[in-house]
Design a protein. Structure first.
Length: 273
């Protein structure tokens, strides 16, 4: 479905651009459709035509497009201070916005855009989107929003956004590779797929929590806690092996539980010597 933009919608989302005239909006408007097409390609895929099937998704995407476009265009705008926020250079007798003010504005808009991107992901998981390439691209790790990262890593600042998540992505991959080595790639991939589909069983939810805690400890370089959590992951997988069928059917499990031939005397194939 097509998203309709207007000065009213844009200024409601980007309140700092509110003005009695349409100066800022007129400079932003030509870029809104390009941003929407980019988001359709990278994030939404086929869901771009089905936004109304997920409550709240159309509003979230509209907000993301406005914020992302504003974020990308702020460096190109000659901003001035107005009684209601920011405007662009005109013949009015208004003071130019200082570099620090523009920098702070850009950071605020960037943070809001990143948080909105995460909100779109939260709305998309569990829908048919979960089976698309966009889902695999946007959720390559078990922790895929800044909110999750903040839950499992104790940051000194509460101001944690998606850029921080992307900063730690390499460490996430490294931690997840350790999990794969201990409880199999097949089992970890199953848990990750369940995250995309928002379809955890009770046992899978507990396992995903243990895995995220392990990843968090690795990011924080708390190696003793990480070692202990990895052992818990392995022990829990073993204790619930009848439930975790993807683990039980994996090559890692078969190798771990392989029993060598004992060559007993009462065996019909006993070899003497």
């Amino acid at each position: 479905m097509a998203i309709t933009f207007s000065q009213e919608i844009f200024e409601k989302i980007c309140s700092s651009a509110t003005n009695s005239t349409a100066e800022v909006y007129d400079m932003i408007a030509p870029h809104l459709d390009d941003t929407l097409q980019s988001i359709n390609c990278v994030l939404l895929g086929d869901m771009a035509d089905k936004l109304d099937t997920v409550p709240g998704l159309e509003q979230a995407v509209t907000k993301l497009v406005c914020l992302r476009t504003y974020q990308e265009q702020i460096p190109q705008l000659d901003l001035v201070l107005t009684p209601t926020g920011f405007g662009v250079v005109s013949n009015q007798n208004l003071a130019p916005a200082s570099a620090d003010r523009v920098k702070n504005l850009l950071q605020q808009v960037t943070n809001a855009a990143e948080d909105t991107y995460d909100r779109c992901l939260e709305l998309l998981v569990g829908t048919s989107w979960a089976d698309t390439a966009q889902a695999r691209i946007n959720i390559p790790n078990l922790m895929y929003t800044a909110k999750q990262l903040k839950m499992y890593v104790d940051f000194p600042s509460a101001d944690v956004h998606r850029s921080k998540l992307l900063e730690f992505r390499t460490k996430m991959y490294q931690a997840e590779e350790k999990i794969r080595q201990h409880v199999s790639a097949e089992f970890f991939d199953h848990i990750l797929e369940q995250a995309r589909h928002n379809a955890f069983t009770k046992e899978e939810s507990a396992m995903a929590d243990y895995m995220c805690k392990f990843i968090g400890f690795c990011i924080a370089k708390n190696w003793p806690a990480a070692k202990s959590m990895l052992e818990r992951i392995e022990n829990y997988a073993e204790s619930k092996v009848e439930v975790f069928t993807s683990y039980k059917d994996s090559e890692a499990y078969k190798v771990k539980h392989f029993q060598s031939y004992q060559n007993e005397k009462d065996d019909s194939t006993y070899f003497w010597g």
